[in-house]
Design a protein. Structure first.
Lengths: 111, 110
């Protein structure tokens, strides 16, 4: 079956802009989590959605938000972009409780 | 607070040598522990989880609750084992939130 798909793969934005990243989970998976990966901070949890509800949230500013649709697809949005938001954003999908399957990630560069 | 510590950023060994990647955690409850691996230009993938007690690609990891450790071991390293390895935990309950360590780059020399 198809794996977790993230779009776009690469993105370049300027400071102050906003961006929306998309994640399509594995069919049947209702849990979607987002992570930020940077060389300095490693992999940090952003938030988790399950059946369209945010189930858990990491320690990120309110500029980072997300949502999940009825088909389990998820989007995350970052508003008022800062240079420090440059990172690889990873999405993972799971059954209700289980192994996390990761996407290839979206590489966001803020200039 | 929950925390996962991987003390080595880089571990370099020769092919055929034993490998041990260290992982310590702090969590007051009963976590579930995982090892994830990321090969060059590939996505992050699960290597093994402590509840399954399986050996994957020759790797094993034992959860030591007394020492709060979950070290990854392999008796004979192969060049194809070269990758970034991340130890992670979840807190159980109704969440799949993963708390990751900073990762260890394993380089297996020929």
């Amino acid at each position: 079956k198809a794996g977790v798909t993230q779009t776009p793969r690469y993105l370049i934005k300027t400071r102050g802009q906003q961006v929306t990243l998309s994640c399509s989970p594995i069919s049947g998976h209702r849990s979607v989590s987002w992570y930020q990966q940077t060389p300095g901070q490693g992999l940090q949890f952003l938030f988790e959605y399950f059946s369209e509800t945010q189930r858990n949230k990491g320690n990120f500013p309110g500029r980072f938000s997300g949502r999940q649709f009825s088909n389990s697809r998820s989007e995350m949005n970052v508003s008022t972009l800062e240079l420090g938001d440059s990172a690889l954003y990873l999405c993972a999908s799971s059954l209700e409780q289980g192994e996390a399957f990761f996407g290839q990630g979206t590489r966001l560069t803020v200039v | 607070a929950q925390r996962v510590t991987q003390p080595e950023k880089l571990l370099s060994v020769f092919k055929g040598a034993p490998v041990e990647l260290k992982c310590n955690y702090s969590y007051s409850g009963s976590p579930e522990l995982f090892w994830y691996v990321q090969y060059s230009r590939q996505r992050l993938q699960l290597l093994l989880r402590h509840i399954s007690r399986e050996s994957i690609k020759g790797f094993t990891a034992d959860l030591n609750k007394g020492e709060t450790s979950f070290h990854l071991k392999k008796p004979f390293a192969q060049e194809e084992d070269s990758a970034m390895y991340y130890c992670a935990l979840t807190m159980g309950g109704a969440t799949n939130k993963l708390i990751f360590g900073t990762g260890t780059l394993l380089a297996v020399q020929p």
